[in-house]
Ligand binder design. Sequence first.
Ligand code: 5GP
Length: 249
Amino acid sequence: MTGTPLYEGKAKILYATADPAVLLVQFKDSATAFNAQKKGEIPNKGRINCAIASTIFQYLAQQGIPSHFIRQVSSNQMLVKALQIIPLEVVVRNIAAGSLCQRLGIAIGTQLPQPLVEFFYKNDSLGDPLVTNAHIQLLRIATPEQLDQLVQLALKINSYLQTFFATAKLILVDFKLEFGTDASGNILVGDEISPDSCRLWDDRAGDLSDRIMDKDRFRQDLGKIAETYQAVADRIQAVGWQNVANGGY
Ligand code: 5GP
């Protein structure tokens, strides 16, 4: 089934299948940060993220959120619908962290009065810059109607994911989504949702560096990276996505 890769990214490899509308995604153990300036391997990350992303896509489907996910076919592979990718990273933030703090001087850990949606232009050579609606129109990345849909979908997903992670005693600080369109023009969630693309803080008192349960452990060399990813997977598994209460959006 896995012939020549169609595309190899930093964390995943994409293969064609016999059906042109279906692709096979293989999750890798490699990790990168800071626009690939920092590189490393996190043992078992491919398997762990594939399991977490599959679970989350199934949970979101139950809430009526469409994604490219079809089914998991091995420990580190899933079948997905082929999409026309919209070259935006859609970031939703509930608590200030990361680039928001660097850009605006807001203290890390500040609870935002309402979720904040930001767009970044997916372009490695430009370093994925923050873009406004006007930039998106200028670059013809998405129509105003599509952009409205992306914001509404991202906020809904945020609400559902906050509930989902809270059930696993994790605080959803922020996360990144990618979207694409299918042959009929429907917007679907693509890529993955995992500790590589979300900031997750353990829901307990204590030192923040001990509570970080996501890729910031890799970015900041905090250690226990694979163990922490596995702990997120175990907690999610223990809850079971079918048992998470409806997000009540
Ligand atoms: P920040 O803008 O603070 O660096 O990131 C905001 C959120 O989006 C974090 O949860 C971060 O993990 C996620 N994110 C931002 N850019 C990327 C990216 O290029 N790849 C992945 N996997 N996640 C990203």
